[in-house]
Ligand binder design. Structure first.
Ligand code: FRU
Length: 484
């Protein structure tokens, strides 16, 4: 029988086994075992709480628990006891993803109970929605009224099994929750429910559905207001690639539009990827005490072998928290300013002519770079990171194609590949903020217009940093800070 106590005990007794080699130093990871989606992200009583999908007993997905960590600055996290374990009839096969909210000083979690109903566990299941509450933000009690939304409350004509990942918000004096599902015929969709007391929920509409290009099931919806608009973020499964975008098995997209709670509809014109790299899924946002909308994603993808699963006793990490900013008709995703407090040992240089490869004579596996290139006549230019022998991770730009690339074919063990995205120069300039942390690279391009995230597993000696150009260009400025 799973319980929070058993999970905590198991973790405490085995933590010493964790292999440090690829553990990140300024990102949140699971304490032990497996981590996937960010859950219950909230700023509560002056601290950031992040929960996460967690299976402590192996570095592989299993009956989901909720891990829990707390931070005052979103960078340094402290683990708290496991918050939820699958210990009730209605969640016996997993406490799936969900969200947090505060009411009368108490911290509430709303999550999906997963129940396997037949021999084929991938197809025979039902999902329902539940609430747990805490007085101190640490110990959670599941409500006696659970489930608060039963599968029978799904509208007719859609999948009877996929009904998950509640994200709660308040609007116009009501509680609302968005949930992911599909029409049973290959189209993902989002359902909206309304409540006045958190216990009784009524269906308020199917607010959005895939047009056929947007995946066969939608997971982890998030809906919030930003700059007078409404933003819907969700994670479509098996979304087919479109040009350079959506090349991962599952994706994460955002739509800017308007939620009409009366009609039960969300109208939008376009959708965009939240991150254009390899490893980003199931993002969740919260608003904090400074009024910022912050997003964090799971820095992995499904159905791949993660190198730390074998012999390292852990797998899964979160991205850096990113501030979401509305700019015209798009969102910018910027590194949060708190990262600046962790900068150490600055190295700076300016106005370098570049033609060929240049070693920067600085190195590391845990740092931030801020590099401004002037494209000039170059056919291609960029950065090579974690360089040693045959290993390198390449971030490059080609002006003729207005294309930025993240290539990890020579990054070490783990999956290779390349992701590409369209980026326009600004007066000939390309501005990059790159965060490297042991086994991760996140590059924020042109002030957060695009972000690309990828996990890499280079050798411990692969520490070199190079700039390079085919043809000539210049590096207007190059700054490097060690992080932490
Ligand atoms: C997304 C997801 C969610 C689900 C959870 C289970 O990555 O599939 O839809 O709640 O993971 O761990």
């Amino acid at each position: 029988m799973y319980s929070r106590e058993n999970a905590d005990k198991f973790i405490a007794e085995r933590k010493y086994l964790l292999k440090e080699e690829y553990r990140l130093s300024y990102h949140l990871m699971g304490e032990f075992g497996w981590m996937n989606d960010p859950n219950g992200f909230i700023y509560y009583n002056g601290e950031y709480h992040m929960f996460y999908q967690h299976y402590p007993y192996q570095a592989a997905w299993g009956p989901m628990h909720w891990g829990h960590a707390v931070s005052s600055d979103l960078i340094e996290w402290k683990y708290l006891p496991v918050a939820l374990a699958p210990d009730q009839d209605y969640d016996r096969d997993g406490c799936f993803s969900g969200s947090a909210f505060e009411q009368d000083g108490k911290l509430y979690l709303m999550y999906t109970g997963h129940i396997i109903t037949g021999p084929d566990k991938d197809n025979d299941y039902r999902q329902n929605q539940n609430i747990a509450v805490s007085e101190d933000g640490i110990r959670f009690e599941k409500l006696a009224n659970n489930p608060v939304i039963a599968p029978e409350q799904m509208p007719a004509g859609i999948s009877e099994k996929d009904f998950r990942d509640p994200k709660v918000f308040e609007r116009d004096g009501f509680y609302y929750v968005v949930l992911g599902s599909n029409d049973g015929q290959g189209k993902g969709l989002i359902l909206l429910y309304r409540s006045t007391d958190l216990i009784n929920w009524s269906f308020a509409g199917e607010i959005a559905r895939s047009d056929g290009q947007l995946g066969d099931n939608w997971e982890c919806p998030d809906l919030f207001e930003l700059g007078g608009r409404d933003v819907l973020i969700m994670s479509p499964q098996r979304m087919p690639a479109q040009g350079d975008d959506y090349h991962n098995l599952h994706s994460a997209t955002y739509m800017i539009g308007r939620l009409d709670t009366g009609q039960g509809s969300f109208n939008y014109d376009r959708y965009e990827p939240v991150d254009c790299g390899f490893d980003f899924y199931a993002p969740q946002t919260t608003i904090d005490g400074k009024g910022r909308r912050i997003v964090m994603g799971w820095m992995e993808t499904w159905e791949t072998e993660i190198p730390t699963q074998l012999g390292h006793y852990w797998a899964g990490a979160m991205t850096l928290p990113r501030e979401v900013v509305m700019q015209g008709e798009t969102l910018l995703f910027k590194p949060i300013e708190e990262t600046k407090a962790y900068r150490r040992n600055v190295y700076e240089t300016w106005n370098m002519r570049l033609d060929g490869d240049k070693d920067m004579n600085v190195s590391g596996d845990c740092y931030e770079l801020e590099v401004v290139f002037q494209a000039e006549q170059a056919e291609e230019f960029g950065l090579k990171l974690r360089v040693h022998g045959d290993e390198e991770t390449v971030l490059s730009y080609r002006p003729a194609e207005s294309q930025f690339r993240f290539n990890r074919d020579k990054s070490g063990i783990g999956l290779g590949g390349e992701r590409r995205t369209k980026v326009e120069l600004k007066e000939g300039l390309l501005v990059l903020n790159v965060f490297v942390d042991k086994s991760s690279v996140e590059v924020f391009i042109q002030g957060g217009e695009k972000v690309m995230t990828g996990r890499i597993y280079p050798g411990a000696d692969s520490l070199g940093i190079q700039v390079y150009a085919q043809g000539s260009c210049s590096v207007v400025s190059f700054k490097k800070w060690d992080m932490k």
